[in-house]
Design a protein around this ligand. Structure first.
Ligand code: ADP
Length: 517
């Protein structure tokens, strides 16, 4: 007999307690991934496929939306096939996605009007400069929690309307739809029946009022975006619709941007909970509960995923180059055979011999926002070896993260008891210990580091009663290893003092002047 639960809209939803699996669709910047989880949060099947990165001009980055859709469908089917999972065994689908990336499509045909403009794309920088000159910075911060930047969706959407032939007229006639990647997948999964997004993704568009929870009319009018294009905004954990694409109806009932999904997957449900991701870039999010904390230290305010219908906020700090610095050692400088090997080199020496590497290859993000800063190496002496150099580069990931931790502490007045980590470079034990040492925090690394996919699965599973509540989920979180601070305050101060001076050098390169110039 089917039992029902009441969802946050007061509607009856069939309870999926008895089903075997949850599917997480993890649509990232470089690959589409599908992960099947069981009730204990274990991965039972996972398939990943990379797709094309399109660079039409320097600084421009695009994806083909049809390729996003087809790879996501392909990996999901294959992940199901590998363990012979049938639609009847799937309780729900959760979606997590690269954030801010902008797709516009025709409502009648479902065809995209052009390629997706990816979050990394800088083509609209001038539009943002104009926006700042028009005096809108403060309004953007107050309303959307963001700093005006080409990174967010608003200017990308405006660019499409301005530059794709006939797009603005069609949009004004109500014939086009806009969405971040989650909306695009939802639309396709439901054959155009659902045009929606969740609040975490909406909060990255620079068009969403994060306190009043609605699209902001003033910003829409500034970018001349017709409201009819916009998706309906819903909580992250609710039934968005049903998909029949996998051989039977499956509810799609969890949606969150990748970083917010990771915070949820790390069980960051309570104020003060923090997670730090060490991937290509670094992203730290702190749950600030029902307070939308305004940062005075260069962080942004964003909506966090929640499962109980209440709106939760987070402070976010992004580091542009984290694991990418290790890739640079491997591929650019050819100092390493693998990223993993960096740890061996770090351990071969007692310290970095006074060397600091500031990997500001594309400027510095939070909390500095020095877009013209460039990579800097200081402290070289004749005795410096490759090992010292590698160690200094690995240490830079921890120093940059520490800068964000400090900004978060100052902004939120919340103490950071422990830091939960994930992402590729979190596998480096040396790095984790060094982070714990210089930040004076306990670090917990979970046994499941696929926290982004797990977060999407949890949001979906909670919406249909596959998991009862967040307490049940917390019992799934297992610490694989904990790192505790091992150095004293004097040593910490010395190390951090050197880093601060090194960062000043990187910024001076951008802005400083010499007398004889
Ligand atoms: P993303 O999801 O951003 O593509 P991942 O979370 O998969 O990234 O992490 C990959 C990054 O982590 C790469 O930049 C790689 O150089 C770095 N990385 C992976 N393993 C290690 C390691 N053991 N030590 C240091 N860096 C590592």
């Amino acid at each position: 007999m089917v039992s029902y639960m009441i969802d946050i809209y007061g509607k009856a939803v069939p309870r999926m307690t008895e089903k075997k699996y949850i599917i997480a669709m993890d649509q990232g910047t470089t690959s589409s991934r599908a992960v099947l989880f069981d009730k204990n949060g274990n991965i039972v099947s996972m398939v990943q496929k990379e797709f094309r990165q399109i660079f039409p001009k320097p600084g421009w980055v695009e994806h083909d939306p049809m390729e996003i859709w087809s790879t996501q469908m392909g990996v999901t089917m294959e992940a199901m096939q590998r363990i012979d999972a049938r639609a009847e065994e799937i309780a729900a689908i959760g979606i997590t996605n690269q954030r801010e990336t902008t797709v516009v499509w025709d409502a009648a045909t479902g065809r995209p009007v052009c390629n997706a403009i990816v979050w990394q794309c800088r083509r609209t920088s001038d539009m943002i400069e104009k926006m700042k000159a028009d005096g809108l910075s403060e309004y953007v911060r107050e309303t959307t929690g963001l700093l005006p930047d080409a990174y967010f969706s608003a200017s990308k959407l405006c660019w499409i309307l301005d530059n794709v032939k006939g797009a603005r007229e069609k949009a004004e006639e109500g014939r086009l739809r806009f969405g971040t990647v989650d909306s695009w997948l939802l639309w396709n999964l439901t054959d155009g029946a659902v045009h929606a997004t969740d609040m975490t993704n909406a909060s990255r568009t620079m068009l969403f009022d994060i306190r009043n929870l609605c699209w902001d009319k003033k910003l829409l009018s500034y970018f001349r975006i017709p409201e009819s294009m916009l998706p309906q905004v819903r909580p992250s954990s609710c039934v968005f619709g049903y998909t029949g694409k996998f051989g039977g109806d499956i509810p799609v009932c969890g949606v969150a941007g990748d970083q917010q999904a990771a915070l949820f997957g790390q069980c960051g449900f309570d104020p003060g909970d923090v997670k730090s991701t060490y991937g290509t870039g670094g992203f730290m999010l702190m749950n600030t509960g029902t307070d939308a904390v305004r940062s005075e230290k260069g962080l942004i305010t964003t909506i966090a995923a929640s499962s109980d219908g209440s709106v939760r906020y987070a402070l976010e700090g992004s580091v542009f180059v984290a694991g990418a610095a290790i890739q640079w050692l491997r591929d650019g400088l050819r100092m390493l055979r693998s990223s993993k090997q960096s740890e061996e080199y770090c351990r071969a020496v007692d310290d970095s011999d006074g060397v600091y590497v500031v990997p500001a290859f594309s400027g510095l993000g939070a909390p500095y926002w020095e877009q013209y800063a460039r990579g800097t190496i200081v402290g070289l002496t004749r005795g410096v070896t490759k090992e010292h150099f590698v160690r200094a580069t690995v240490e830079s990931l921890a120093y940059q993260t520490n800068d964000v931790i400090k900004a978060m502490k100052d902004d939120s007045d919340l103490s950071i008891g422990s830091l939960k980590v994930d992402g590729g470079a979190s596998a480096n034990d040396f790095l984790m210990q060094f982070q714990s040492d210089i930040s004076n925090v306990n670090i917990q690394r979970p046994s499941c580091v696929e926290t982004t996919a797990l977060g999407a699965a949890y949001l979906a599973g909670l919406a249909v009663g596959y998991w009862k509540d967040t307490d049940e989920i917390k019992r799934n979180w297992r610490c694989e290893r904990e790192f505790t601070p091992q150095i004293d305050e004097k040593q910490r101060k010395k190390l951090l003092g050197g880093w601060r001076r090194a960062v000043k050098c990187a910024a001076f390169w951008a802005n400083g002047e010499c007398d004889d110039e």
